[in-house]
Every structure is written in structure tokens, then in C-alpha cells.
Design a protein around this ligand. Structure first.
Ligand code: ADP
Ligand code: MG
Length: 212
């Protein structure tokens, strides 16, 4: 399990090309455990320490599912802070570097909403953002999640600590029922347990201890 190559997963060739150009030769433990169910389309709950490579686990999942010829929002990644959203967007763009024409847009609070609305008018395949600002766009109807395929909650426990619960509920109320849900969290308080039970479909649980 420890030295598994990405080539065994059946990823799109362009993603394998990006991985090789990034120097990602073998999967980290959380990637090796979570990518098979993620790529099979299952809902996944993942728990792993910081630096374990969770971004590429969900990033490869949503990119492998993406149809770049369909210019609609197909994936949404929610993060607790703008800094984390920027990091996630950067990693997804790196993983998509060999895939033609993938548009990733970040939508975070603390920055004027007008230019974001302008960017949304030009369209995007993947949105990475903070829950409050995503809720603002949903309320203004400047963001349409009606064709979403993949919803990712990254650092879910921190989003709850920051009081984003009602914004998350607004997002759940605006996405298609038939979608893939991926949830990553360092801890699993009751609030997250409840969200998983209410909004996820038979999630596969993946937990990785620190191995070095
Ligand atoms: P986490 O979200 O679990 O804290 P990240 O997704 O930010 O971790 O990844 C941590 C670092 O590991 C990043 O710099 C990323 O580029 C690198 N990384 C991820 N997967 C691999 C891999 N399979 N091989 C080499 N480096 C990787
Ligand atoms: Mg992370």
C-alpha cells in the first residue's frame, strides 16, 4: 500500500501527465485509501493530518469527473478561510495544467463582490470559496449550482468553528440531490456527524494516522 503509483487508478491521461510534471510519483496514504472510492463516485469522509495530501485526493477526483467542454460549474470546494481557498485553487490549477481549458474561480469574503459577479458572468468549471460569500452569491442569484457534480467540504470542523453552519445549509439547499460529496476534517464533532448523516449518501470513511 505504501508505494502505490497513481497509474493504477485509471485517471485521465492528462492528469497523469500533470502529476508527473509535478513530481508526484507515489500516492500518499490518504490518497491511496480515498482515491479508489472517490473515483468510483462514492461519497467519502476523510480524516488526515495537515500535509497528508488531501487536496490532491479530492482535486483529482473532481478533475477526473469534469467535462471541460461543458462550461458550467461542476465542482464546488468550500474552505474556512481565503488563504486556504487560494491554496486549494492553486493546487487544483496545478493538477489541471495538462487538461485543456479548465477554469477555476475563487469566491471569498473580505473582497468586493462586484468583480466576482463580473467573473461569474464569464463562467467557470470549478469554484473554490468560503461559505459566507458563496451564500451571498446564491442569494443574489449570481451563482447557479444547478449542474453541480461534486461538492467538497475541506477542513469541515474549522468551518463549523467559524460559524458557517447556516451558510453550509444554504449551499446544501441549492445543489442537485444527485451529486458526489467529499468531506475532509481533522476532527468529527457531533455537528459534522449530523451533516454527514443528513447530506451524504452512504459515505466511505477513510482515516490515516501519521505514519512517519
Ligand atoms: P493537506 O490538505 O492534507 O494538509 P496538502 O494537500 O496541502 O495537504 O498537501 C501537502 C503537500 O504535499 C503539498 O505541498 C502538495 O504539493 C504535496 N503533495 C501532495 N500529494 C503528493 C504526492 N502524492 N507526492 C508528492 N507530494 C505531494
Ligand atoms: Mg488541506
Amino acid at each position: 500500500m505504501s508505494q502505490m503509483s497513481f497509474s493504477t487508478l485509471g485517471l485521465q491521461p492528462a492528469l497523469l501527465e500533470s502529476l508527473s510534471s509535478l513530481g508526484y510519483e507515489t500516492m500518499t496514504p490518504i490518497q491511496a485509501q480515498s482515491l479508489p472510492p472517490i473515483l468510483a463516485g462514492q461519497d467519502v469522509i476523510g480524516q488526515g493530518k495537515t500535509g497528508s495530501g488531501k487536496t490532491a485526493a479530492f482535486g483529482l477526483g473532481l478533475l477526473n469527473r469534469l467535462n471541460a467542454e461543458r462550461f458550467q460549474v461542476q465542482a464546488l470546494v468550500l474552505c474556512p478561510t481565503r488563504e486556504l481557498a487560494d491554496q486549494v485553487a492553486r493546487e487544483i490549477r496545478r493538477l489541471a495544467r495538462a487538461t485543456a481549458n479548465v477554469k477555476v474561480l475563487t469566491l471569498c469574503g473580505g473582497t468586493p463582490i462586484g468583480p466576482q459577479i463580473g467573473s461569474l458572468e464569464h463562467g467557470a468549471h470549478i469554484i473554490v470559496g468560503t461559505p459566507g460569500r458563496i451564500e451571498d452569491h446564491l442569494r443574489k442569484r449570481t451563482l447557479d449550482l444547478g449542474r453541480l457534480e461534486t461538492l467538497v467540504l475541506d477542513e469541515a470542523d474549522r468551518m463549523f468553528d467559524m460559524g458557517f453552519e447556516s451558510a453550509l445549509e444554504a449551499v446544501f439547499g441549492s445543489v442537485p440531490g444527485k451529486r458526489q460529496n467529499l468531506l475532509f476534517s481533522a476532527t468529527f464533532p457531533d455537528a459534522i456527524q449530523t451533516v454527514a448523516e443528513r447530506h451524504m449518501h452512504n459515505p466511505v470513511r477513510v482515516q490515516v494516522e501519521e505514519s512517519h
